[in-house]
Design a protein around this ligand. Structure first.
Ligand SMILES: Cc1cc2nc3c(=O)[nH]c(=O)nc-3n(C[C@H](O)[C@H](O)[C@H](O)COP(=O)(O)OP(=O)(O)OC[C@H]3O[C@@H](n4cnc5c(N)ncnc54)[C@H](O)[C@@H]3O)c2cc1C
Length: 612
C-alpha cells in the first residue's frame, strides 16, 4: 500500500495518532515496509516520561527495531523489590549462547533486559521517523472521527486546525488520552481506583573536578520499594531506575489518601530508599522538576476494529511493575505493516497478546493492597514465582508469533524448551533482613568476581577503632565475639528474648545466642580469631557495626571482607542482632552455606538451648 506523499486532500492514508515511542515505532515500521502514512502529533518534549524499564518482549523488540539507538539503552540485570522485612530479587541471567536449534526458530539465545533513556530515545527516534520519505508529519491534534458503526470503520480524522484526512487505517498511539476508543465508544473497564504518580529525574553527583560518582551497586537494577505506613510517612509503590548519567525516581500513591506536595513525596521516597540502604542522593544529587499526574488502570473490551487499532496504552494500562507498557506499543509496531494487509487475523494476534498483558494486573495487586509486614516469605515466594511464570509464558507466546519454517514445525515442543530455559534464567531470591541491611543483601552478590578477567580484589585490613561511640552492650558483644569476654557473660548485654536474625533464619533468647556465639568461637579454622570493629553508626533506631574477622589460617594472617552487622537496643541491652551467614564462613568454612546444612546446625543449637 504505497500512497502519494503529497496531496492530503482526497487520498486515504494510514494515520498514526501520537508521537511518543509507540507512534514513532509504528511510523518507522510502516516506513520500513514502504507504506506512506500520516504521523500526527508534536515533537517529543523534554519532559521526563514514564516507561523507562522494559520487560523481556519490550527489550527484545526495542533492540530489534532500533539497533542504531543503543546509546539510549542501559542494561537491567535485575529487578529488586523491597517489601517490608523482605528483599526480593528477580535476577536475569545472561547466556553466552542458546541451544543450537534456537536460530532455526528465531528464538533469542538470551534476553538482556533494558532500561531506556526515554527523553533521548524518543527525540532521536522522532527525528529518524520524520526524516523518512514515507512519513508525513502533521503537527496537529485529532478532534473528531467520522466513524461508521455498521462497518466498524473510520472514514476520516478531523484535526484541531480544521484539516480532515481520509483514513485507510487509524493507529491510536495517544497513550491514556484514548481518543479513538472514547470517540467510537469502545467499552472500557476501569480497574480499581484512580492513582497519582509523582516522578523526577536526578542528575549524577560530581566531585569538584566534575568527575561523576561511580555507578553504585544498585546501578543496574530497577528497584521497587513498597512504602508502608509502619516505616514511611505514606503508603505507595516507588521505583528507582538508573539511566546512565541520571536516575528516574517516582512513586504511585492513592490520591484520596496522600495529598502531600510532589516535593514532599519525593523526599519521602528518597528517605524510604535510604532507610533500606540505597543512598539515591549520594550518587545522584540534583533532583529535576517533578511531574505530577493522575492516571488509572483500564482495559478495553476490544483493541481493534475493521480499520483501527488501539496501540499500546491506548488499549490497556496495568500496574507498572510489570514494565509492560512500552512492549505493548512495540509489539503493535511490529505487527503494523501486516495489520494493513491482513487486518482481521493480525488484529486477533495483537488482541491475544494484549489479553495476556491485561491478565498481569490482578497478579500484581498485592504489591499495593497487602500489608508488607503480614506477608510471609512463603507467600512472597509463591507470588514472585507466579510473576516469573506469567512473564515467561507471555514471552514464549510473543516469540511464537513468528512461525517456524514449515519443515521444522513440530508442535510447540521447542517453544516449551525455550520457556523452560528462560525460567531457569530468571531465578528469584528472597532475603529477610533488617531494613538498613536490605540493599546490601540485595546487591552484595551481584557481580561475583571472575578471577580470570577482573582486577584483583583489594581487601582492606581494618584497624579497630579504640573510641567507638555507641551502646556499651554492643561493644561488649564485639568483645564476646572476639574472645575477650566469655560467651556466658551475654545475659548482661542482651535481652532475655533477644532475636538473632541470620539471613532468613531466626534464633531467639539468650541461650540460643550463646549457642551461636559458642559455635563461632569454637570453630577451629581460624586461630586467634578476633572481630575488629571499625565503625558504629546509628540510623532510624538501628546500630550498624562495620567490622572484619581477623586471625591466622594455616599460620598465615588472614582477614575477611569488611561486613556489617545491625543491632537494635532496648534500654541498656541488645534486643535484636542481624547478620549474614556468608560473612561467618571466614570463621566456620563454607559448610554453613547450604540452607539445609545451616538449618541443621541451628536445629542443634535450638535443641541444646531447650535442654539448657
Ligand atoms: C506510573 C507509571 C509507570 C510506568 N512505568 C512503565 C515502565 O516502567 N515500563 C513500561 O514499559 N511502561 C511503563 N508505563 C507505561 C508507559 O507510560 C507507556 O508504556 C509509555 O509511555 C508508552 O509510550 P507511548 O508512546 O504509548 O505514550 P507517550 O509517550 O505518552 O506518547 C503519547 C503521545 O500521544 C500524544 N497524544 C496525547 N493525547 C493525544 C490525543 N488525544 N490524540 C493524539 N495524540 C495524543 C502525546 O502528545 C504523545 O506524543 C508506566 C505508566 C505509569 C502510569
Amino acid at each position: 500500500m504505497v500512497l502519494a506523499r503529497s496531496g492530503l486532500g482526497s487520498t486515504a492514508y494510514p494515520i498514526v495518532l501520537g508521537t511518543g515511542l509507540t507512534g514513532i515505532a509504528i511510523s518507522r515500521a510502516l516506513s520500513a515496509a514502504g507504506i506512506t502514512h500520516v504521523l500526527a502529533g508534536a515533537r517529543p518534549s523534554g519532559t521526563p516520561r514514564l516507561g523507562e524499564s522494559l520487560n523481556a518482549e519490550g527489550s527484545l523488540e526495542i533492540a530489534r527495531q532500533f539497533p542504531e539507538l543503543t546509546q539510549f539503552f542501559f542494561p537491567k540485570r535485575q529487578q529488586a523489590l523491597f517489601f517490608g522485612g523482605h528483599a526480593v530479587s528477580f535476577d536475569s541471567l545472561q547466556f553466552a549462547d542458546g541451544r543450537p536449534y534456537y536460530p532455526l526458530f528465531g528464538f533469542p539465545a538470551t534476553v538482556q533486559l533494558l532500561h531506556v533513556d526515554r527523553m533521548g530515545f524518543d527525540s532521536a527516534a522522532f527525528d529518524e521517523a520524520v526524516a523518512d520519505e514515507h512519513c508525513m508529519l502533521v503537527q496537529d491534534r485529532p478532534e473528531w472521527l467520522d466513524y461508521n458503526a455498521d462497518s466498524d470503520s473510520i472514514r476520516s480524522v478531523q484535526f484541531a486546525s480544521g484539516r480532515t484526512i481520509e483514513a485507510a487505517y487509524v493507529f491510536d498511539a495517544g497513550n491514556h488520552a484514548r481518543f479513538v476508543a472514547r470517540k467510537i465508544g469502545v467499552p472500557c473497564h476501569v480497574i480499581g481506583k484512580q492513582r497519582r504518580v509523582v516522578f523526577a529525574h536526578y542528575g549524577a553527583s560530581t566531585d569538584p573536578s566534575g568527575v561523576a560518582a561511580p555507578q553504585p551497586a544498585w546501578g543496574f537494577a530497577t528497584s521497587l520499594l513498597r512504602l508502608d505506613a509502619k516505616k514511611d510517612p505514606a503508603e505507595g509503590l516507588a521505583w528507582l531506575i538508573p539511566l546512565g548519567s541520571y536516575v528516574s525516581v517516582g512513586v504511585s500513591v492513592d490520591p484520596s489518601v496522600t495529598r502531600a506536595s510532589s516535593g514532599a513525596l519525593l523526599d519521602w521516597v528518597e528517605a524510604g530508599y535510604a532507610r533500606r540502604g540505597i543512598d539515591v542522593k549520594g550518587s545522584f544529587a540534583s533532583r529535576g522538576a517533578a511531574v505530577d499526574l493522575t492516571y488509572e488502570h483500564y482495559n478495553h473490551e476490544r483493541c481493534y476494529g475493521s480499520n483501527w487499532l488501539l496501540a499500546g496504552i491506548s488499549c490497556c494500562q496495568v500496574w507498572f511493575p510489570s514494565a509492560a507498557g512500552v512492549a505493548t506499543g512495540l509489539v503493535a509496531a511490529r505487527l503494523a505493516p501486516d495489520v494493513l494487509t491482513n487486518p482481521l487475523q493480525t488484529s486477533q494476534v495483537y488482541q491475544a497478546y494484549m489479553d495476556r498483558v491485561a491478565a498481569i494486573h490482578a497478579g500484581l495487586e498485592w504489591l499495593v493492597r497487602d500489608d508488607p509486614w503480614s506477608v510471609s516469605e512463603g507467600q512472597l515466594q509463591l507470588r514472585a514465582q507466579a510473576m516469573v511464570s506469567s512473564n515467561v509464558s507471555r514471552l514464549g507466546n510473543y516469540v511464537g508469533l513468528e512461525e517456524p519454517p514449515a519443515e521444522l514445525a513440530f508442535s510447540d515442543a521447542a517453544l516449551r524448551w525455550f520457556e523452560q530455559d528462560r525460567r531457569s534464567a530468571s531465578p528469584v531470591r528472597i532475603d529477610t533482613a533488617n531494613l538498613n541491611a536490605q540493599a546490601t543483601q540485595m546487591f552484595g552478590t551481584v557481580g561475583v568476581p571472575d578471577p580470570w578477567t577482573d582486577a584483583p580484589i583489594e581487601v582492606p585490613v581494618l584497624t579497630g577503632s579504640t573510641n567507638l561511640e555507641g551502646p556499651a552492650s554492643i561493644l561488649r558483644l564485639v568483645d564476646i565475639l572476639s574472645g575477650k569476654l566469655g560467651t556466658d557473660r551475654s545475659p548482661a548485654f542482651v535481652t532475655e528474648d533477644v532475636k538473632v536474625q541470620i539471613d532468613q533464619f531466626s534464633l531467639s533468647g539468650v541461650e540460643q545466642w550463646i549457642g551461636w556465639a559458642n559455635l563461632l568461637r569454637s570453630a577451629t579454622r581460624v586461630k586467634g580469631l578476633i572481630l575488629t570493629a571499625a565503625a558504629l553508626t546509628s540510623s532510624s533506631g538501628e546500630w550498624v557495626l562495620t567490622a572484619q574477622w581477623q586471625g591466622s589460617i594455616d599460620d598465615a594472617q588472614m582477614v575477611s571482607p569488611t561486613f556489617t552487622m545491625s543491632f537494635e537496643v532496648n534500654g541498656d541491652r541488645v534486643s535484636e542482632i542481624q547478620m549474614q551467614r556468608a560473612v561467618c564462613t571466614f570463621v566456620t568454612g563454607d559448610s554453613i552455606m547450604p540452607q539445609v546444612a545451616f538449618a541443621a546446625i541451628l536445629g542443634q543449637l535450638t535443641d541444646a538451648a531447650a535442654v539448657a
